[in-house]
Design a protein around this ligand. Structure first.
Ligand code: URA
Length: 428
């Protein structure tokens, strides 16, 4: 293995790094052999010069190999996974997993906690009492065999190189480097060993990458690197210029997920979920039709599948008889200040304000308030009258200043329209 100093010298000069060099970086990150200073220099060099496709693939593989690889496709050959780059009100995973499982497509998803202005699936599912979300390979395989789905938080053994590099990216202004994002996402996603992965790359104000062409390029690179690492993948670039669904907030989103699973969900959430389900199934040779999926939802079978899975992972069966998903008690209405068309929603800001109201952690491990919520009553492009309710917030404490800042997130103008829900598709 080459000396880190020589590797960094080549990177600084813009010379390509060999796969062995990138393996040295990942080893050094996971094992502690590289100092923070050296890793920071690597990140900055990679962010400035970029990494080509071969280097991105090599870094991804090295980071993946820094930890456990579950290879679950050995026991579950048609296993799929789904990844979302995250958004406000994005509850798709909670609906998609039981829908696919009920349609005969096994699915594993190692989900995360909230990040920045976006809520994490694991935090939303935590409203279910007793649910155990820490999964290791054995428990994931067991619950998959029994219920066709496994959802949970990855163990510390997965991609330790990413844990260190990710934390350093935050400190070194290298968070938005595409090759570093690709390697980071895939080093964790490929660890469970699904045969196919569908990516939901969000674009628009509430997305991690708001720009649609940047989102599409990320989608393209994710699909390409997966293919080179023996995993079939497709991606949809979907709209996040307004929250997905009517509800945002942990308990509220779980309740809305249950509504989707009973066939009573909002159109946008259901449409994105069905499109991703069809893509995921196609990756493993299963042809699913939207109409059949709608029937599975309306029949209540998908909801029943979620309940069976949750109980298998420790959830209280009696809780499901009457789920307690109480919202914070102070309701404040946000009215339209004028008549016109809802033209813009500051979606990222809405996510941050919900966090400020108590709905997100300021530091890891802190308790969050699951009852804080926002209900969007108007969608982009809707015609609204002056004084009409645009949204409603559910708070724990009265705070007129905060409500005013929520209100400033909704802009009514003379014209406006909603972008397409599914902007583009990157095929396998
Ligand atoms: N999610 C990740 O896991 N890594 C990134 O770099 C960005 C989003």
């Amino acid at each position: 293995m080459r000396d880190p100093y020589d590797i960094l010298t080549d990177l600084r000069a813009g010379r390509r790094l060999a796969a062995e060099d990138l393996a040295a970086v990942a080893d050094g990150a996971a094992g502690g052999g590289w100092s923070d200073a050296r890793l920071g220099a690597f990140l900055m060099g990679a962010a400035i010069h970029g990494l080509d496709a071969a280097q991105t693939r090599a870094l991804t593989l090295a980071m993946l190999d820094s930890g456990d690889r579950w290879e679950l496709r050995r026991e579950f050959p048609g296993l799929v996974d789904k990844h979302s780059t995250g958004g406000v009100g994005d509850k798709v995973s909670i609906v998609l997993a039981p829908l696919l499982a009920e349609s005969g497509v096994p699915i594993v998803m190692l989900t995360g906690r909230g990040l920045g202005h976006t809520g994490g699936t694991a935090d939303k599912l935590e409203s279910i009492p007793g649910l155990r979300q820490e999964l290791d390979r054995d428990s994931a395989a067991r619950v998959l065999a029994r219920t066709g789905m496994a959802l949970g938080l990855a163990t510390a053994g997965i991609a330790p190189a990413d844990r260190r590099l990710y934390a350093l990216r935050d400190q070194t202004a290298t968070v938005d480097s595409l090759p570093l994002i690709v390697a980071s996402i895939l080093s964790k996603k490929l660890a469970s060993g699904a045969a196919g992965i569908v990516f939901d790359v969000k674009s628009g104000d509430g997305a991690f990458l708001p720009d649609r062409s940047a989102a599409r390029e990320l989608a393209r690179q994710l699909v390409e690197v997966c293919g080179e690492l023996d995993t079939r993948a497709t991606a949809l670039v979907t709209d996040m210029s307004q929250p997905l669904g009517e509800w945002v907030g942990h308990a509220a989103e779980l309740a809305e997920s249950f509504a989707c699973l009973r066939g009573e969900g909002p159109r946008d959430t259901v449409e994105v979920t069905l499109a991703l389900a069809i893509e995921a199934a196609a990756l493993v040779g299963v042809d699913l039709a939207a109409e059949a999926l709608r029937q599975t939802l309306a029949s209540g079978r998908a909801m029943d599948r979620l309940r069976r899975w949750a109980i298998e992972q420790g959830a209280s069966a009696t809780w499901f008889e009457r789920p307690d998903l109480t919202l914070a008690p102070l309701e404040r209405v946000i009215p339209a200040r004028r008549s016109g068309v809802l033209a813009r929603v500051a979606t990222r800001r809405l996510g941050l304000l919900l966090g400020e109201a108590g709905g997100a952690r300021r530091v890891a491990g802190e308790e969050l308030d699951r009852g804080i919520a926002l209900r969007c009553r108007a969608r982009l492009g809707d015609t609204v009258g002056a004084g009409q309710e645009l949204a409603r917030v559910y708070l724990r404490r009265d705070d007129p200043g905060l409500v005013e800042r929520f209100a400033a997130c909704f802009e009514v103008a003379d014209t406006g329209c909603a972008p397409p829900l599914i902007a583009s598709r990157v095929p396998a």
